[in-house]
Design a protein around this ligand. Structure first.
Ligand SMILES: Cc1cc2nc3c(=O)[nH]c(=O)nc-3n(C[C@H](O)[C@H](O)[C@H](O)COP(=O)(O)OP(=O)(O)OC[C@H]3O[C@@H](n4cnc5c(N)ncnc54)[C@H](O)[C@@H]3O)c2cc1C
Length: 226
């Protein structure tokens, strides 16, 4: 599990760099209240559900995950609003290497019901082709301008200003299981942007469910309880 990578979007990925703890670590942390430990799978699973249902959240903080992520800037910006994670990100003040851009495979239309969301796909092939052409054209122009500014001797910290939001960045991010479940609730939800939803789902199915199968079962049961 540690060292495994799940792939997201056209060039993105999430690598599980480290993990500390398992379902039993949560169970045993909860039972330290009365100096107890595991009471067997059935009782332990029930306990995890009870803890989640009653928002007895601190035992879930005993399990930690560390990821290395490659994601477009606009996804990273949404991600880093989650203040309970610890982050370190690559800096375009230090490096002009690995300039990769995200190109969507389809275009979503503006939702009429939700001002900040998208819903149906842009189905008109002519409009889709024009949108594809436009993004490739402007991104190529940004990339060329960036390289030209560097060639002129402009500093990396200034030249980066012309790079667009679909530029990929990389960061390491550490979080405990309680705050990771909070991230899942918000970012796997239908109203989260499609691209960050894919990252949240990749972490959930690729790592979380495998490291914490009992907790994931309880999480899924409580997901719609409010
Ligand atoms: C669909 C969607 C749309 C969004 N749209 C916008 C938008 O238009 N504009 C915008 O600015 N943001 C937007 N956000 C970001 C959102 O407001 C949160 O910043 C982000 O989801 C992180 O959530 P959080 O603060 O609960 O998580 P975390 O920062 O991980 O915090 C987890 C919990 O810890 C507690 N906590 C953490 N820090 C503090 C603190 N300083 N004081 C008190 N309690 C704290 C809170 O209970 C919080 O819920 C959006 C998020 C989503 C999911």
């Amino acid at each position: 599990m540690k060292g495994e990578t799940v792939y997201v979007l056209d060039k993105g990925w999430v690598e599980l760099q480290d993990v500390m703890g398992d379902d039993l670590a949560i169970v045993n942390a909860a039972r330290v209240s009365y100096l107890g430990e595991s009471k067997g799978p059935e009782q332990d699973r029930k306990l995890l559900l009870y803890l989640l249902h009653h928002k007895h959240t601190s035992p879930f903080e005993q399990v930690e995950f560390k990821f290395r992520v490659k994601a477009p800037l606009f996804v990273a910006r949404q991600w880093m609003r989650h203040r309970t994670w610890s982050y370190n990100e690559m800096s375009r003040r230090y490096t002009s290497d690995e300039i990769d851009f995200y190109y969507p495979t389809a275009w979503r239309k503006q939702s009429q019901a939700n001002k900040q969301a998208s819903d149906e796909m842009l189905s008109d092939p002519k409009a889709t082709a024009t949108a594809d052409e436009m993004i490739h054209e402007i991104v190529a122009k940004c990339d060329t301008t960036y390289q030209s500014l560097l060639s002129l001797g402009v500093s990396r910290e200034m030249a980066r200003m012309v790079l667009p939001q679909n530029l990929y960045t990389q960061f390491v991010a550490k979080v405990d299981a309680h705050n990771l479940m909070h991230f899942f609730r918000l970012r796997m939800s239908d109203d989260a942007q499609y691209e960050i939803r894919l990252y949240a789902q990749a972490i959930y199915h690729g790592f979380f469910k495998k490291v914490l199968p009992w907790t994931a079962g309880a999480f899924e049961e409580t997901l719609h309880w409010g």
